[in-house]
Ligand binder design. Structure first.
Ligand code: M6R
Length: 608
């Protein structure tokens, strides 16, 4: 993970670099650092902890500079510490920031030690500074040194480097980790994410794997992997300030929960007609392609994987297609057999998750009929490398815990289920029913948000416990899993999810008065069976919190029965997600955890 940013300007850059780091803290926040060129020397500041601490140090020391690089870290090699924080340096001359992993770092470290270099950190990144210095000392230019260094590196990287002997230029390089150039006014910038520099420009160039580029205050030049100068397309993206600030909310997560009605509208907008989904919403020719699809393979991670698990049910019920689903991190290692006319579907908020990207790249070598991604970031690697795509249009999601990204992924996956069904001429009446229900989905989500008052009453009971169990059946089992993930991620309460019928096969042994059980009980053909499962919990003294359809009656000794708003059954997973998000949020608030940046995590997981 990690976020890198670089700026070459005609004005002071310290403040804008730190502002950029703040916007990329979702990529990691265990330490931060900056290197600023000051003609005769380079100011080098690093702090353990969040970017705020680096900012405080900057305020004290007030370093002035028109050229600099900065970094916010999520530790991979070496614990979070000041020594392991970037930028790393070599011989007080070369300073670098790096995002990614150098796989052959041990071998390269040995080589550099033999050449007389000593290491001050435990990272895999420091060696990049030494390699650059090594080649610069052989009278190579920084660009040549960068190419020679990249020749030695195996793994993923986005790098920015400065040289004390050159106060005009920054050299950057990319391979399998995101990196872009920003075209500012009287300045050029580079960053891992457009968000980091969106207040300075709306014009970006997304570098490709193998690219090396040089930026100065007045110009930029890009070379491809064969060192030929190349023109890369300039992309315009407008990211409003409102989208990236908390507004009146306490946390980004809270804001993002409340943005869901609008976000869902944005996902559906322009993609459904009067009584059916519109053609080719996944790209030109997608409707024709879908006619041939016989099987779907989904790969994703975390919350996005849960969205995929719900969709697998929809593909079966609506599109009549068998679906296989894998953790992206596992998929490549099970030697997957690919049936004829299988469609590979990746799901990702960021579009930069390394495991998902690696799975896509692996799948492209296989016999899939095509690849398609459901993604929130149109400029991401996943979006660019997939044959077809649909963007969830949820707007930037900053809180590490995924909320609006998940519900909009579900809305987009429903559009995919409907599109596949339409192309395959399946279930026209059902399609019309679902499309009609989708039009009022946003209003139902809005109504569901009103449950916050009831949730506020139960949150203290959950917050005082160390464990929690989530139960759901069928299409609600992935929602129970998502509820458990959300709770453990931000409140650090140990939480697990089970299909309710599985309880009696083991987990029932865990039930006592200290184990709150949160159950999802919509009206369904297995509602009665679910109620029996819940009775088993009640009989063993468990405290039940049941989110249910008003038609379901249960006499709870302890706990709470919470009535959910009505909605078409196939869309209810989206509705039942909302109270679980609010519950996790309120519980975490009571436990005083760092809700937007929970410990040990990062928003965008760009390492495998
Ligand atoms: O960006 P992605 O959707 O590919 O990210 C995948 C997971 O890392 C992510 O969903 C993670 O599980 C969430 N932080 C959970 O809230």
């Amino acid at each position: 993970m990690c976020g890198i940013i670089a700026a070459a300007s005609n004005r002071n850059v310290g403040k804008l670099l730190v502002q950029g780091l703040h916007k990329m803290e979702y990529r990691g926040y265990d330490s931060a650092g900056i290197a600023l060129h000051q003609l005769d020397k380079i100011a080098h500041l690093r702090t353990l902890g969040k970017v705020k601490l680096l900012e405080d140090k900057m305020i004290q020391e007030k370093p002035k500079s028109k050229l600099g690089i900065a970094h916010t870290r999520w530790a991979t090699h070496g614990e979070p510490s000041e020594e392991n924080a970037h930028p790393h340096k070599s011989n007080e001359r070369v300073y670098i920031v790096h995002n990614g992993i150098i796989e052959n770092y041990l071998e390269l470290k040995d080589y550099l030690k033999k050449e007389g270099y000593s290491f001050t950190s435990q990272t895999d990144s420091e060696l990049i500074a030494h390699l650059l210095d090594f080649y610069l000392n052989k009278d190579k230019t920084m660009i040549d040194s960068m190419y020679m260094t990249l020749d030695k590196l195996e793994g993923a990287y986005a790098i920015a480097a400065i040289d004390k002997e050159d106060n005009k230029n920054i050299v950057v390089a990319r391979n399998k980790s995101p990196l872009l150039i920003g075209l500012g006014t009287d300045e050029f910038l580079a960053a891992s994410d457009p968000l980091a520099i969106s207040q300075l420009t709306n014009e970006f160039i997304f570098l490709e794997d193998g690219d090396v580029a040089q930026i100065s205050a007045d110009d930029y030049v890009i070379f491809d992997e064969s060192k030929n100068p190349v023109d890369r397309e300039i992309t315009k993206i407008d990211i409003s300030n409102q989208a990236t600030s908390k507004g009146d909310y306490k946390h980004f997560m809270e804001k993002e929960i409340y943005e869901q009605p609008q976000a869902i509208l944005n996902t559906i907008d322009g993609r459904v007609g009067g009584d059916d989904v519109l053609d080719n919403i996944f790209g030109l020719g997608s409707s024709e392609l879908f006619e041939k699809v016989k099987r779907v393979q989904i790969v994703a991670c975390g919350t996005s994987l849960h969205a995929g698990r719900v969709a697998a049910n929809w593909f079966s019920a609506i599109s009549e297609l068998p679906t296989q689903i894998d953790y992206a991190s596992e998929y490549r290692y099970r030697n997957p057999h690919v049936d004829e006319n299988s469609l590979l579907v990746t799901i990702s908020q960021s579009g930069e998750t390394a495991d998902t990207l690696a799975a896509l790249r692996y799948a492209k070598e296989k016999e899939y009929i095509s690849t398609l991604t459901i993604c929130n970031v149109p400029t991401s690697s996943l979006a660019r490398e997939s044959d077809y795509s649909i963007f969830t249009n949820a707007g930037p999601e900053i809180g590490v815990a995924s909320t609006k990204a998940f519900t909009t992924q579900l809305a987009a996956l429903m559009l995919l289920a409907l599109s596949l069904a339409k192309s395959r001429d399946k279930n026209p009446k059902l399609r019309t029913r679902v499309v009609t229900a989708m039009r009022s989905l946003s209003d139902t989500v809005q109504e569901t948000l009103k449950l916050r008052d009831v949730i506020l009453e139960i949150a203290p009971e959950i917050a005082s416990k160390d464990n929690a169990l989530f139960l759901g059946r069928g299409i609600f089992y992935p929602i129970a899993k998502e509820g458990a993930l959300k709770l453990k991620e931000i409140s650090y309460i140990h939480a697990e999810a089970y299909p309710a019928g599985e309880l009696k096969h083991g987990p029932l042994a865990l039930i006592d008065e200290d184990m709150p059980v949160i159950a999802l009980a919509p009206e369904s053909e297995i509602a009665e069976k679910l109620v029996s499962n819940l009775e088993e919990v009640k009989a063993r003294g468990g405290t039940l919190y049941v989110f249910s359809d008003p038609s379901i009656s249960m006499d709870l000794k302890a706990g709470r029965l919470i009535n959910m708003p009505k909605c078409d059954f196939l869309l209810t997973p989206i509705i039942y997600t909302i109270p679980l998000q609010i519950l996790s949020y309120e519980v975490a608030l009571l436990r005083g955890t760092d809700i937007d940046q929970p410990r040990n995590l990062a928003k965008s997981v760009t390492v495998e």
